[in-house]
Design a protein around this ligand. Structure first.
Ligand code: ASP
Length: 347
């Protein structure tokens, strides 16, 4: 009989209405009973455990690293692990866990948009789908995935894309990679699992901040970040990876002082690339890492995990390790001899 472990961490899926607002009150065993009422699971034994009982907007990286430790113990004894999690930071927690996960045993994150006591809750069906995916042979070797609204999404590139709708997550340009519904469990695409980056036992992450771009953004946020001792900065840039002239100069200063800069986009879909003089082309020429279509939040965790294993100030090593990971996951392309040469903007 297949053996799965269910880890409850809180989130809307485990909340009921109270006078103060929604509050986590439902443990993993009760969640499991509700999921079983949607789809019974003959031949699968599920062991429920409560790991935490909070909303995910209150979780810290140390909490997620603790969760990663619990998952590592579970994958040693189970054929699949399902994590019931709040949706607000689900894409970050699942991504950080994926950077610690190196087993073929699947880890599936799920959650809900509606509380447990809603008259038409989505949590039981999401959890039932996550359990079916985790128990299926198709999920073996897929690393960490998300199960939401009948879809299975790859963790890399996953984002919360709707505040309230039941289909709350997407992996624009990448997913879904599977489907679970009345017609069964289907793998729709091969998942390339994220290679692990973080050594076991790391208890916290170096400080990396995200600086957003907006009309007229100046250098103040970069200067402030510096004064807080950041080890790296992720820019949520305009469009395909551009920054205001002041922000571009601030990034160039950071890079020349040995502080890594990773470029992402505030757009929500599509890759970044250094195309424009005074913007992205200058950042690329100065050695900023362009993180493909990774969200600013996932890029922040990538950079923090790389920095956790690198000597402070070794900008080349940070850049190389980020790029290796981005290439291995197909997030950025490997150097392509057929692409037209780009003019070197430093000449
Ligand atoms: N809206 C959130 C949720 O789904 C709250 C949280 O992230 O815990 O669960």
């Amino acid at each position: 009989m297949a053996h799965l472990v269910l880890l409850g961490t809180g989130g809307t899926i485990a909340t009921r209405a109270t006078g103060e607002g929604r509050a986590v009150q439902v443990g993993a065993a009760e969640l499991l009973r509700a999921a079983d009422a949607v789809w019974p699971r003959p031949g699968v034994r599920v062991e429920p455990h409560d790991v935490a009982g909070r909303a995910s907007f209150a979780a810290r990286p140390t909490d997620v690293l603790d969760l990663a430790g619990r998952i590592a113990s579970a994958v040693a004894v189970a054929e699949g692990v399902v994590v019931a999690h709040g949706t607000d930071t689900l894409e970050e927690s699942a991504f950080l866990v994926s950077l610690t996960h190196s087993s073929p045993v699947p880890v599936v994150f799920t959650g809900a948009q509606r509380p447990f006591d809603d008259p038409a809750p989505d949590g039981p069906r999401n959890l039932a789908a996550a359990l079916r995916w985790a128990a299926s042979p198709q999920s073996r070797g897929t690393g960490v995935t998300l199960a939401f609204a009948d879809q299975i999404l790859p963790v890399v590139g996953a984002r919360k894309t709707h505040t309230l709708a039941l289909r709350a997550f997407a992996a624009p340009g990448r997913g879904p990679v599977g489907q679970v519904d009345e017609a069964g469990v289907r793998a729709l695409a091969t998942v390339r699992p994220a290679p692990p980056l973080l050594a076991p036992g790391v208890r916290d992450l170096p400080r990396v901040e995200i600086v957003g771009q907006y009309l007229g953004a100046d250098a103040a946020a970069f200067t402030d970040a510096r004064s807080r001792g950041v080890r790296g900065v992720v820019v949520a840039a305009f469009g395909s990876g551009n920054t205001t002239p002041e922000a571009t100069r601030a990034c160039l200063r950071l890079l020349s002082d040995g502080v890594p800069v990773v470029v992402t986009s505030r757009v929500g879909e599509g890759p970044v690339v250094g195309l424009y003089a005074g913007g992205g082309a200058d950042l690329a020429a100065a050695g900023a890492v362009f993180a493909g279509d990774l969200s600013p939040w996932q890029a922040r965790l990538l950079l923090a995990c790389v920095l956790a294993g690198t000597t402070p100030g070794d900008l080349d090593a940070v850049r190389d390790r980020c790029l290796d990971w981005l290439r291995e996951t197909g997030t950025v392309s490997s150097p392509d001899p057929t692409s037209p040469p780009r003019k070197d903007p430093t000449r």
